[in-house]
Design a protein around this ligand. Structure first.
Ligand code: PGA
Length: 260
């Protein structure tokens, strides 16, 4: 696991954007796994800026989003479908037919989840998966105690996640109880995983994820088992890590060919 601590969310998002840009430079038809929530907004702003400046071409890219609420119309302002078009897809040249977001209105949710997994496979698997992390350690909507081998499926949100996401809905009671999310096993098959986390509310989750035991009680900790996992934080989210001077030193010593 590579831990990259940046002074602020802007700088951290710029590092994540450069990792995506390197991926697309090496593989213009890369398959990107995308996340929602407040954390990736700066990253998506930076991708849009790079695209407008002529540095990033998404014309051959395929995307798979991690998750979606069950029961929300795509046009609902808090749906992840709305989020992705507002913050990214409306502003870049990704093809509509190459965008994949779980359908929270599917009649047959288990069948839809199986088809989502099949489509990821048919596209050759995910090259680079962007992740946020919940205050209790979820990745996607894989809440604590999710099976570490889980696949795309329906999950029930914890009270804490419904509390955290209430601002998008106006009140906690309006936050859906159920979601569709890629599983932890699905996420672990991505070739590279980049987790971004900002703010002191994520400090405990980041410390447990990077330096704690691997446990389904802290789902993001499974990334310790991933061959190419990068954790990019601002100072506040890194504030409970013990080995920060080592992580900073490693980043400063990176050989030129590994830099982004
Ligand atoms: P946030 O959510 O980016 O809104 O903090 C992260 C997550 O739940 O994965």
């Amino acid at each position: 696991m590579e831990v990259i601590i940046q002074p602020d969310p802007q700088a951290a998002s710029a590092v994540a954007a450069r990792i995506i840009s390197h991926t697309l430079r090496d593989k213009p038809n890369a398959v990107l796994g995308l996340a929602t929530g407040s954390t990736p907004i700066l990253l998506y702003n930076e991708l849009v800026r790079m695209h407008r400046a002529g540095y990033l071409d998404f014309s051959q890219v395929t995307t798979f989003n991690l998750d979606e609420y069950v029961g929300l119309q795509p046009a609902h302002p808090a749906s992840y479908y709305s989020f992705m078009f507002e913050h990214l897809f409306n502003h870049i040249n990704v093809k509509r037919e190459n965008i994949n977001i779980p359908n929270g209105l599917a009649d047959d949710i288990p069948g839809h989840c199986r088809a989502y997994e099949e489509r990821i496979k048919a596209c050759g698997g995910i090259d680079l998966q962007i992740l946020g992390v919940g205050t209790e350690g979820h990745i996607g909507f894989n809440e604590p105690t999710s099976s570490l081998g889980s696949r795309t499926r329906s999950k029930t949100l914890t009270p804490r996640t419904r509390f955290d996401n209430a601002p998008y809905f106006g009140s906690e009671s309006k936050v859906p109880r159920h979601v569709i999310t890629m599983g932890i096993g699905t996420i672990m098959e991505a070739r590279t995983v980049v987790l971004i986390a900002y703010g002191s509310s994520k400090a405990n989750a980041i410390a447990q994820t990077v330096e704690g035991p691997v446990s389904s009680m802290m789902p993001a900790s499974i990334l310790q088992m991933h061959p190419v996992a990068k954790v990019i934080t601002d100072e506040a989210a890194a504030s409970q890590l013990r080995n920060t001077s080592y992580y900073r030193w490693v980043y400063e010593q990176k050989p030129e060919w590994q830099q982004f």
